[in-house]
Design a protein around this ligand. Sequence first.
Ligand SMILES: NC(=O)CCC(=O)C(=O)O
Length: 260
Amino acid sequence: MTAKIAIIQMDIAFGKPEINRKIAAERIKEAANQGAELVLLPELWTTGYDLENFTTIAEDFHGPTHTLLSQLAQQYNLTIMGSSAEKNMEQFYNTLVVYNPQGKRILSYRKAHLFRLMNEEKFLQSGEEKGSFTFKETPVAGVICYDIRFPEWIRTHMIDGSRALFVVAEWPKPRVDHWRSLLISRAIENQCFVVACNRVGSDPNNTFGGHSMVIDPWGNVVAEAQEQEEILTADIDFSAVETIREQIPIFQDRRPDLYE
Ligand SMILES: NC(=O)CCC(=O)C(=O)O
């Protein structure tokens, strides 16, 4: 099973969902014209880290961001994913959603590991559920930014059979070497594709590093953006995962009796 993936590496207008929705809709159209079947938007792509204003700009699943994603997914026959500010019963979450080509929301994954350096724990609740879903009949998973520093969390998704890990992020430029190394490590140790979308530009507190990437299950970087806005595309062939898992059968050779 093969798929064309598009990563929308974009700047984000701080606390301005309407502007971000307009720009993202244009980029999604461009990606669709390039033949993309799955489009990845960054972490908190509608608001950025304007956490203090989440009381007014966060949305439930009936809000304009979700209506737009559902409509665009159907219009362009695409799967679309990205995280945004979720409001639920006066609680707030950083939530990754996936809309399928029928416009149905098939995943809502709340970020499990909140990042203190960007004050998430002061404003947000963390999630408890995994980010597993199915894309083109293939089990895959999605997580959010800081989550990639927790290999044990990623492994729980891979033990369930995932063939690809999708990551959305707002990862600051000073740690972009960590971003690259962590993503490559997650691909090698889990023998899966890693498809990762970071933002570019700045907010009042950080400058973000870009370097969105597609990595194959051997750990080769098959596509990588630089530090400007860009639509990065790649074709991925999920059968490569089986080939590598047969060559070095780590999932058979694990010793959970020693470490679980
Ligand atoms: N938005 C985030 O979770 C950032 C994570 C990060 O920068 C890190 O170094 O980890």
